[in-house]
Design a protein around this ligand. Structure first.
Ligand SMILES: *Cc1c(COP(=O)(O)O)cnc(C)c1O
Length: 407
């Protein structure tokens, strides 16, 4: 089946919404740009030549298909048959490049000459700067001033790749402020600028478009597990920050009622401490960055209802919102959302390293940390696919500091 045919089978939002979630809560001045993007995406989504270009870059530049690896020693440890979908093996070391390639090809089709993006830890900024270099497009990245200091290495990477990094001084000087600033730039420069959002967040059509572009994870995994395991999996597990790697893995299986799905959020120091990023587990319905979904808000002081600061050891899960399709999956019960603490994620990172010789990202480690729970539900002969969203090189300093603090 061609990619366009596979994509056509994935759910489309209805009037820009997944159930009651999603929508386009943006300034009037941004509506023409959003409408133009939505039209362009509709056309590209049905166009075999668009997917031929995307697929060729994914094969020859990113290194796809990524492996589906049967992790036998990890399986024995957690008590079920575990397969790892190895997005960590992609160029730039995570799943984010899948989305960036697709949006950059779309930008070029739309005749946009300039890419902008927001970034938190810098992973999406690096992936965007990478495709900008590949396409020869100027690139400007908005990054909270706090994050610029914390993530100096990624700032250097973006600069080497030719991007300009703008430190954002407003608000908490982190990801949510960077996203506000990028939206502001887009309003001012709609004519020539393409805003490349990094997860299944933001106003419609981004949550839909980014999920379709990341669905390459699940579309490949589906073919690979039928080939290697001889049947569909019993469960899928993936970490959830904004929710793009999870949505990309889940979407091609969503109509298979027997495939159970688990999204794993960051519980930080523990959900009860208030220092966490478990938006679906502990947040409430609200509007953030142009769409309605679950958000983390202040509950108990003068800032009641305002967006709260998220906390996680993994910078990539440290976002106080979550994609609207996840909100709909939570409310319908199609996907179960659980959370794991910093400490549990670290232990899982060590477990994967020792049993399989794979150093995963701290974000990814949250999914690994939920494996024992999921194995308990599917049983010894159960088949589980874990989204291994990224590699751990970027986190080694954090991991080393935590380990020396506790031993
Ligand atoms: C950014 C990132 C995430 C979180 O983003 P999602 O949109 O939730 O997928 C997870 N894992 C890695 C390795 C990342 O870089």
């Amino acid at each position: 089946m061609s990619t366009a045919d596979e994509i056509a089978k994935l759910t489309e939002p209805t009037r820009g919404r997944f159930g009651e979630f999603g929508g386009q809560y943006v300034a009037e001045t941004l509506m023409p740009a959003i409408a133009q993007l939505e039209d362009a995406w509709r056309v590209a989504r049905d166009d075999a030549s668009y997917w031929a270009e995307v697929d060729s870059l994914l094969a020859n530049y990113v290194g796809r298909p990524s492996l589906l690896y049967h992790a036998r020693r990890l399986s024995a440890e957690v008590g079920a048959d575990v397969y790892l979908k190895r997005e960590d093996l992609n160029h730039t070391g995570a799943h984010k490049i899948n989305n960036c390639i697709g949006q950059a090809v779309l930008a070029r089709r739309m005749g946009k000459r300039r890419l902008i993006a927001e970034t938190g830890a810098g992973q999406h900024g690096v992936a965007t700067a990478t495709v900008a270099a590949l396409f020869g497009l100027p690139c400007e990245i908005y990054m909270g001033a706090e994050d610029v200091m914390r993530q100096a290495l990624n700032v250097e990477r973006m600069k080497l790749l030719g991007a300009t990094v703008h430190p954002v001084e407003s608000g908490t000087r982190t990801l949510k402020d960077a996203m506000n600033e990028a939206l502001r730039d887009w309003v001012t420069n709609v004519g020539d600028t393409f805003y490349l959002i990094g997860s299944v967040a933001g106003p419609h059509p981004y949550p839909w478009m980014v999920r379709d572009l990341q669905s390459v994870i699940g579309r490949e995994a589906r073919r690979q597990i039928l080939d290697q395991g001889g049947r569909l999996p019993d469960a899928l597990v993936a970490c959830v920050g904004g929710g793009s790697n999870a949505a990309g893995l889940f979407a091609p299986f969503i109509d298979e009622a027997k495939v159970r799905m688990f999204g794993v959020e960051a519980a930080g120091d523990g959900v009860a401490t208030g220092r966490h990023a478990a938006t679906l587990s502990a947040g409430r319905v609200g509007v953030l960055h142009g769409s309605k979904s679950y958000v983390l808000t202040h509950e108990d002081d003068a800032r009641l209802g305002q967006i709260a600061h998220a906390h996680s050891i993994s910078a990539g899960l440290d976002y106080p919102g979550v994609g609207p399709e996840h909100a709909a999956w939570k409310d319908s019960g199609r996907v179960s959302y659980v959370s794991r603490t910093d400490e549990q994620a670290l232990a899982a990172l060590e477990l994967l390293a020792r049993t399989e010789g794979i150093l995963c990202a701290l974000e990814t480690a949250h999914a690994v940390a939920a494996l024992e729970h999921v194995a308990g539900l599917v049983g010894k002969t159960g088949l589980i696919i874990v989204g291994l969203s990224g590699r751990g090189d970027k986190d080694m300093v954090t991991v080393a500091q935590r380990r020396s603090a506790t031993t």
